[in-house]
Design a protein around this ligand. Structure first.
Ligand SMILES: O=P(O)(O)O[C@@H]1C[C@H](O)[C@@H](CO)O1
Length: 328
């Protein structure tokens, strides 16, 4: 059905046109435009002298990674304009600026997830804020269920690749008009998880094993699902058949946004529960167990992440001769 709108004056017409333009723009960018994110980065940088090079995102129960920081400035998400707020237990909702050794770091103690009701553009907003604060390397962590039958609770999986079930269904943080200031319209993801960082992380992990640690490290494929429900037996059987090693509800979308804007990405999963692929068993996954598993691996994870940060710092020094103390 055609609809004809008539305007009494040219001014009415102009007002209507600008309303439609801004409405359609907002429909796509959901209040997360480049300018808005630049405003958030400027807000943060005007309140600290520290200029971070490495960004860290702590997943469920992994917030203790932040405690290895020598914190210089702390923001609660609620005091940062337009910043999304974590609503999930185990995600403190704090943004910290500080040092790990001599490396300047920006750390999110907790993230936001799609299932909390945020759209994906909002979920990746903090990653883009990090980019505009100067972060070049990002380390993402998450709690995940072990789909691979060899994986046990407490194991650590370095993410080699992901399967983005949200993205395959059309839910992608890059959906909508592309802003070239972030990156290209079509982005290749076959090298999304940085090879050098994965190699370094594996080298560091092998030292724990030589020292007799019982923690097993793997490298594998992470699948992101929408959540918040844990998966059904049928879904998990499908994931295992597809070659998925661990399943979670975050990270992959953040990794896409980070890679899109040119950051070097490293991600790892702490296996917090063994996925239940049988019907006639008592175990059921739950969020309390997820958080508890994170706490149990606290000290090793902190040590490993901190060594990886130092390794990136040393490499940075070799290549730029500038160091990454964030003061240059
Ligand atoms: O933020 P992450 O991905 O670590 O959180 C996982 C997925 C769900 O948010 C929650 C389930 O227990 O932990």
């Amino acid at each position: 059905m055609d609809c004809v709108i008539t305007f009494r004056t040219r001014r009415d017409y102009r007002l209507y046109r600008s309303f439609i333009r801004s409405a359609s723009k907002n429909l796509f960018v959901s209040g997360s435009s480049y300018e808005l994110i630049k405003g958030i980065a400027d807000f943060l940088l005007s309140r600290t002298d520290l200029r971070p090079k490495i960004g860290i995102i702590c997943g469920s129960g992994l917030g203790s990674v932040a405690t290895i920081l020598d914190v210089k400035k702390e923001f609660s998400y609620s005091e940062i304009p337009h910043f999304p707020r974590s609503t999930v237990p185990g995600h403190a909702g704090k943004l910290l600026f500080g040092y790990m050794g001599n490396v300047a770091v920006m750390c999110m103690q907790g993230r936001v997830h799609f299932y909390e009701g945020y759209d994906l553009v909002k979920c990746v907003m903090p990653v883009r804020v990090m980019k505009l604060c100067g972060v070049t390397h990002i380390i993402m962590s998450n709690a995940a269920g072990g789909v691979n039958e060899k994986y046990n609770v407490g194991d650590i999986m370095i993410v080699k690749d992901h399967v983005n079930f949200l993205g395959l269904g059309g839910l992608n943080p890059l959906r909508g008009p592309n802003d070239d200031r972030w990156g290209p319209r079509f982005v290749a993801l076959n090298k999304a998880y940085d090879q050098w960082m994965r190699k370094k992380a594996k080298e560091l992990a092998s030292q724990y094993q030589q020292q007799g640690s019982r923690t097993t490290f793997h490298e594998g494929v992470y699948a992101v699902v929408g959540g918040p429900n844990f998966e059904t037996v049928a879904e998990l059987r499908m994931l295992r058949k597809m070659g998925i090693d661990a399943v979670g509800m975050s990270t992959a979308t953040e990794a896409i946004a980070a890679h899109h804007c040119g950051m070097t990405v490293f991600a790892f999963s702490l296996i917090t529960n063994k996925c239940v692929l049988e019907y006639d068993v008592e175990e059921m996954p739950n969020h309390e167990e997820v958080i508890e598993s994170g706490l149990k691996q606290e000290s090793l994870v902190k040590d490993w992440v901190s060594s990886l940060v130092q390794a990136v710092g040393n490499q940075w020094l070799m290549h730029t001769e500038k160091g990454c103390n964030g003061l240059d």
